[in-house]
Design a protein. Sequence first.
Length: 261
Amino acid sequence: MVAALLGKKVGMTQVYDEAGRAVPVTVIQAGPCAVLQVKTAEVDGYEAVQLGYGDVKPHRSTLPQIGHAAKAGTGPKRFIREVRFLEGPADAQAGDTWTVAVFDDVQFVDVAGTTKGRGFAGGMKRHGFGGQPASHGTERKHRSPGSISSHGADLGHGGNLKKGKRMAGHMGNVQRTSRNHELVGVDKVRNLLLVRGGIPGPNGADVMIKKSAAKAQPKEISRLLYVVDSEDAPQPAKVHRLSIFGASEEMEAASAATGDA
């Protein structure tokens, strides 16, 4: 099965490892996702799985979208993306439901989303320019980008403005993929994924989570947080049961025993 899901960015928090170090993580509400269509090379020219996330009212959808989802036995979805696979045909069928269980054998993931829109930004904010001197005669031009063209630069091509010049302009609101995030925690009860570090987009933004394409997956999967709905469910080799919003259960018990809690 292809290790990929659609979800929503909830926000950031922290968990603690076995040494008591705080680990910054982003909480993602991942799935459950409905498989709307399985594309094959014979019919469509490529191999892919089409996933849908988030129900939408039929009267806010279109008849083609409603009919397309009905073929998979589900309702129209708000967020739809395709996931290609190169390791042969997927063992998925239209109408299946994917949950965070697809990441049981995954340690590193890539997260794609739309970055925060910053509007029209100046050169210092958009490109990290240093600006003009704070004193020595500078007046009302402290954040100016300076000269943008001349005959001396790029000699032989005229004094016109060259393509690719870094200037002020629209910033953000573009799709970006943040790669090689460690999958710190999996909560199968609430369909949550905890990935180390920050991911693109504001809280509530739609994201796609996939198995890392560049980083090799280790043979032994380790999780700081792993919650399952039953004790019989398989678990990673190394599991440290920690609270999602605070210290570990062992730390809380020790604190309560000493009267500090």
